[in-house]
Structures are given as structure tokens and as C-alpha cells.
Ligand binder design. Structure first.
Ligand SMILES: [Cu+2]
Length: 173
């Protein structure tokens, strides 16, 4: 009789446990989903604001120009300041309205603008993280496009992004 009671209690305990687990699922699952979506959001870096009206542009060569194989590209910027990549204020915050130049050569489309500018290969996106404002290029003959993107200390484009007009040059034979 005593063992019958024990079995009954065990059975009730198991039922109770299963009920508890089922209800826990409803609590844990949404919590996991929420946590994973929060994590997904965290993966995107914070985008720093660009200065209103800031512009980046290619000073030289001008759009449509024919150039020699080796030619200099000069970068122009108004409304924001050049600051080497990785440099932040003492407390780790970026210097406001600052960043460095990035040059896209022959890119049909813009890269993702909400993550650091990293190309598929090292030469894909040229970083000027020392604060350079010009570069000597050596490109094969033919038509090439050039475009600048200004991005912050962590190579993340500002919001809204500061992007130059895409120009086309012809490298002579
Ligand atoms: Cu960069």
C-alpha cells in the first residue's frame, strides 16, 4: 500500500516536472530568440554621424580624363577632418566628424556601408589610415572608375555616408 502511494507520488512528480518544463520552454525559447536577435544587432558596429553637408571628392584627375599608366589621385574633403585610423580620444571615444579616405577602383557597386570597409582581397578597398590625401596608382590601359568613401577610425562609413561621385578615367596605352 505504501509502495502504491510512492508510485503515485512519483508519477505526479514526473507529470509536474513535465508541465514545468513545458511552461519553461515558453519562457526560455522567446528569451533565446530575443537574445540572439540582440546579438545579431550587436554585430553591426555603431555608425558615427557625419557632419551635415560634408563632402568627399576627387580633386585630380577630373572625370573623363585620359591619364598615364602611373598617375596621381588627389582626395578632397570639406566639412570633416582627417584623423588616422584607430585613433580615439583618451576615453576610447572617436574624435567627432573625423575619419580617413578609402578608394574604390573599378567597383560596380558600393560595399556594405554598415560594417567596416573590408574588401574580398587586400587591394579591393584601399585604406588611407595614416591620413593620406593622395596616392600614385599604376593601372593597366583602358577605362577605370574611381570613387572615394570617407569612414571613421574603425573603417565604418558615417551616417549618412560621405561618398564621392564615381569618376571614369582612361589609362592610355
Ligand atoms: Cu579604413
Amino acid at each position: 500500500m505504501g509502495s502504491d502511494n510512492t508510485k503515485k507520488t512519483e508519477h505526479q512528480n514526473i507529470q509536474l516536472l513535465m508541465k514545468l518544463m513545458r511552461s519553461l520552454c515558453w519562457v526560455i525559447l522567446p528569451a533565446l530568440l530575443l537574445a540572439s536577435s540582440a546579438f545579431a544587432q550587436e554585430e553591426k558596429p555603431k555608425r558615427n554621424a557625419s557632419a551635415p553637408g560634408a563632402k568627399v571628392y576627387i580633386v585630380r584627375p577630373t572625370d573623363g580624363k585620359t591619364v598615364k599608366r602611373k598617375f596621381k589621385v588627389i582626395f578632397g574633403l570639406t566639412g570633416m577632418g582627417i584623423c588616422p585610423a584607430g585613433l580615439t580620444a583618451g576615453d576610447g571615444t572617436p574624435f567627432p566628424n573625423s575619419g580617413h579616405h578609402h578608394l574604390l577602383i573599378d567597383h560596380a557597386e558600393l560595399p556594405a556601408l554598415d560594417v567596416p570597409l573590408i574588401g574580398d582581397k587586400p587591394t579591393d578597398i584601399m585604406h588611407f589610415g595614416k591620413g593620406q590625401t593622395e596616392v600614385m596608382l599604376d593601372l593597366p590601359p583602358g577605362k577605370h572608375t574611381l570613387q572615394l568613401i570617407f569612414a571613421d577610425y574603425a573603417h565604418v562609413p558615417h551616417n549618412p555616408p560621405v561618398i564621392s561621385k564615381k569618376i571614369t578615367v582612361t589609362v592610355e596605352d
